[in-house]
Design a protein around this ligand. Structure first.
Ligand SMILES: NC(=O)c1ccc[n+]([C@@H]2O[C@H](COP(=O)([O-])OP(=O)(O)OC[C@H]3O[C@@H](n4cnc5c(N)ncnc54)[C@H](OP(=O)(O)O)[C@@H]3O)[C@@H](O)[C@H]2O)c1
Length: 353
């Protein structure tokens, strides 16, 4: 059995789902891949737990309980360089670093990991969406995977990579890349006022704690930027037009004030739903990109078309010109995202061991 040391940054929704999946899949990963992931360290924003022999499954369960009850992981986390020193002093080389945070500024950690011959798996989109000059090095790096950054566990990134690898030029990519906004649009179809649809999405836990994070469209912008860059277009943020679903004047409100103020957006969105219906269309929050740039925002989509069905990302390419290649299925959620991360970990371990 090959033992692969793993350091995990982030112990939130996706991180905890990953810990559960690591425990549940021990046997299948061992029998199919002859690999055992030794989780040697878990870090959150302020603390860490370190076990050079690998945390036991009971300890991973305990971490989930600690995070659920708002406790720290253990001791204060050391400086990044110190973490790598500790790893190498313990002889833990050639392992994996997993970033399941939503943190800014992870690039030095990723760079240090790659320099130290570790593989890197990202669910965090931010390191991939900085200025192209600084992030291009990550896109085709043989030891860096990021399948779950777009479409959760669906094979979106690997499909795009396969299309490029086999010389199929990508013409354009489009899809609905936010489960939260997809849910809100499906409620608008039923003539639910926007403010009620938003409140329902929030009550069901589909939105970020501050729903403006979803409504602003930046997370979707990051996803389509990753796809566009992987398709071969060196896009910057300025190349992607983003329609925010709230007015900038509402930015300074508290979350509860914003939820109350969202009623003011009901009439204009109801008008747009009505206009779309008159054209036999439904309103969807669509991201699209081609070599000229991209856009993210509300668009009328023909009713009954695959994109209207909320579930597809489509690639129009040289080979798939008349009928685009489509990937569909449930894309959002912590379990799917964690499965995408686990799949990347297994893929890298197969190549590295
Ligand atoms: N949730 C989904 O369905 C979904 C789907 C696709 C992709 N993603 C992506 O997956 C990532 C994680 O999402 P999530 O829902 O798990 O987020 P989350 O619940 O907010 O958890 C984030 C975790 O990262 C930790 N963290 C923050 N800064 C850190 C740092 N500098 N070093 C180490 N840990 C740090 C936080 O620590 P504290 O606990 O101390 O705050 C927290 O444990 C995000 O990038 C998100 O966009 C999520």
């Amino acid at each position: 059995m090959n033992h692969m040391p793993v350091v995990i940054f982030g112990a939130g929704g996706v991180g905890q789902a990953l810990f559960r999946q690591l425990v549940m899949t021990r046997e299948v990963v061992a029998s199919r891949n002859r690999c055992h992931f030794d989780i040697v360290a878990v870090l959150d924003s302020s603390s860490w737990v370190w076990q050079p022999a690998g945390l036991s499954d009971e300890q991973l369960d305990q971490i989930i309980k600690q995070k659920e009850t708002g406790q720290s992981l253990g001791s204060d986390r050391p400086e990044i360089q110190k973490i790598f020193d500790i790893l190498s002093e313990a002889g833990l080389v050639g392992g994996l670093l997993v970033d399941v945070t939503a943190a800014d500024g992870m690039e030095p950690v990723i760079d240090q990991a790659l320099e130290s011959q570790h593989g890197v798996v990202l669910a965090n989109k931010k390191p991939l969406t900085g200025p192209w000059e600084h992030t291009r090095r990550y896109y085709n790096h043989p030891c860096l995977r990021y399948e779950s950054t777009v479409g959760g566990g669906q094979p979106v990134i690997s499909t795009l990579r396969y299309l490029r690898d086999t010389g199929d030029p990508v013409i354009n990519i489009e899809g609905q890349l936010s489960g939260t906004l997809g849910y809100i649009c499906s409620q608008l179809d039923r003539e639910t006022p926007f403010s009620e649809a938003l409140a329902a999405a929030r009550a069901r836990g589909f939105t970020e704690p501050d729903p403006r994070e979803d409504l602003g469209g930046r997370d979707v912008m990051r996803k389509i930027m990753i796809l566009g860059r992987l398709a071969g277009w060196p896009l910057e943020e300025a190349d992607i037009e983003v329609e925010s679903l709230y007015h900038p004047a509402l930015s300074h409100l508290s979350v509860s004030e914003f939820m109350n103020a969202s009623v003011a957006m009901d009439p204009s969105l109801a008008d747009r739903v009505r206009s779309a219906k008159e054209e036999v269309q439904v309103l969807r929050y669509v991201a699209q990109v081609d070599d000229n740039g991209g856009s993210v925002g509300l668009t009328g989509i023909p009713k009954g078309s695959p994109l209207a069905d909320l579930k597809y990302i489509s690639f129009r390419t040289g080979r798939y010109k008349d009928e685009p290649m489509m990937i569909g299925g449930k894309g959002a959620g912590v379990e799917m995202t964690a499965a995408g991360v686990l799949g990347d970990m297994i893929g890298l371990s197969r190549e590295m061991l």
